[in-house]
Design a protein around this ligand. Structure first.
Ligand code: NAD
Ligand code: TYD
Length: 345
């Protein structure tokens, strides 16, 4: 029996992971522990809310007493930590909350894992810890050369996780995933913001020249990789998770517009994000050697994602009509000057 505390399980990837684990392992118990920040949403877990092996506790990972109580009362043996502040643009506006949750919160969970002698602490991390990669692909042993407050906070969480393994023998693993897309992604990240804007015939704000490169993977492929590392990964090690397929933002925007039958004139070139990482690329030989490979290429992942947003307006219209989201949208985009059509790429 595994009794897993999924921190941040009410967010995008965490909720997909919970659904995956409940379906795949009929004897596992899952407790979601989530603060329900702007990004946490119990609608993401509606379809599992009646499952007797699932339960929810609202709480902050920075609250050591509450974390301690939940682990004791529920006899938790494993933590999988998705809880984080996750959006680069927000990290440029308010870095403090990133340091609190992504660094201090990770420390609190590691202390709890040490104190309770948990069987595993798994840290969900990101390809952004390597910084921008102009050529080649990042291996797990590469230096962490972060450039944004988000990636610096996540890298600090990784280093603290390794430190607890080295210093206190806490059984840790880390996964570093490339950009995820799929159901229930909060519409601040580029794909859901572009898809939902396009549905409403609103402009798609493309930063800079739109030639930045990302590896967009399907969220359930990422969840399967985390599951594999949880069961078969080597303690004290990190594993990259990505498709290896590179996509430029402008091409991703074109594909979204084509899938929705909308004109490319909806693309609006706007002032670039400060410190914008040009390219991420992961070497995924290590996780592939464990037996993982993504089930979706970028086109398949994007098509499924677009279809989900078309079919699930109930989910995102509630968010986008809210004051909190509109305030954020105004703050991030209203002051961004238009730069006109960039050089053709
Ligand atoms: P998200 O923003 O959708 O969800 C984050 C969740 O964490 C929310 O439910 C939020 O309420 C919760 N949370 C935030 N602060 C908390 C706190 N102090 N205590 C408890 N809960 C708190 O994020 P996501 O996109 O699902 O990302 C999940 C994890 O995966 C993050 O650690 C992120 O760094 C990592 N990651 C994300 C991507 C991506 O493309 N989204 C890629 C690689 C790695
Ligand atoms: P994002 O989804 O914020 O993820 P990342 O953490 O990789 O930055 O952005 C993905 C890419 O899309 C990144 O190169 C920035 C770009 N982008 C835009 O062009 N416009 C937008 O409105 C957003 C949010 C991002």
């Amino acid at each position: 029996m595994k009794n897993i505390l999924v921190c941040g399980g009410a967010g995008f990837i965490g909720s997909n992971f919970v659904r995956h684990m409940l379906a795949k392992y009929p004897d596992y118990l899952i407790t979601v522990y989530d603060k329900l920040t702007y990004a946490g949403n119990l609608d993401n877990l509606l379809d599992v809310s009646q499952n007797p092996r699932y339960s929810f506790v609202q709480g902050d990972i920075c609250d050591a007493a509450k974390v301690d109580e939940v682990i004791s009362q529920r006899e938790i043996d494993t933590i999988v930590n998705f809880a984080a502040e996750t959006h680069v643009d927000r990290s440029l506006m308010e870095p403090g909350s990133f340091i609190m949750t992504d660094v201090y919160g990770t420390y609190v969970l590691l202390e709890a894992a040490k104190k309770h002698g948990l069987a595993r602490y798994h840290q969900v991390s990101t390809d952004e810890v390597y910084g921008q990669v102009v050529v080649g692909a990042s291996c797990e042993t590469d230096r962490l050369e972060t450039r944004s407050p988000y990636s610096a906070s996540k890298a600090s969480g990784d280093l603290m996780t390794f430190a607890y393994h080295t210093s206190f023998d806490v059984p840790v693993t880390i996964t570093r995933g490339a950009n995820n897309i799929g159901p229930y992604q909060y519409p601040e990240k580029v794909v859901p913001v572009f898809v939902t804007n396009a549905i409403d015939n609103l402009p798609l704000p493309l930063y800079g020249d739109g030639l930045q490169v990302r590896d967009y993977q399907y969220v359930l492929d990422h969840c399967e990789g985390i599951d594999l590392v949880l069961h078969r990964g080597t303690l004290g090690e990190a594993y990259n998770l990505g498709t290896g397929q590179e996509t430029r933002n402008v091409d991703m925007a074109h594909m979204i517009l084509d899938l929705l039958g909308k004109p490319r004139s909806l693309i609006q070139y706007v002032k670039d994000r400060p410190g914008h990482d040009r390219r991420y690329a992961l070497d995924c030989a290590k996780i592939r050697a464990l037996g993982w490979q993504p089930r979706h290429d970028f086109a398949q992942a994007l098509e499924k994602t677009v279809r989900w947003y078309v079919d699930n307006e109930w989910w995102w219209r509630k968010i986008k009509s809210g004051e909190r989201w509109q305030e954020y949208y105004k703050k991030n985009y209203a002051g961004r000057e238009l730069t006109g059509q960039a050089k053709a790429g």
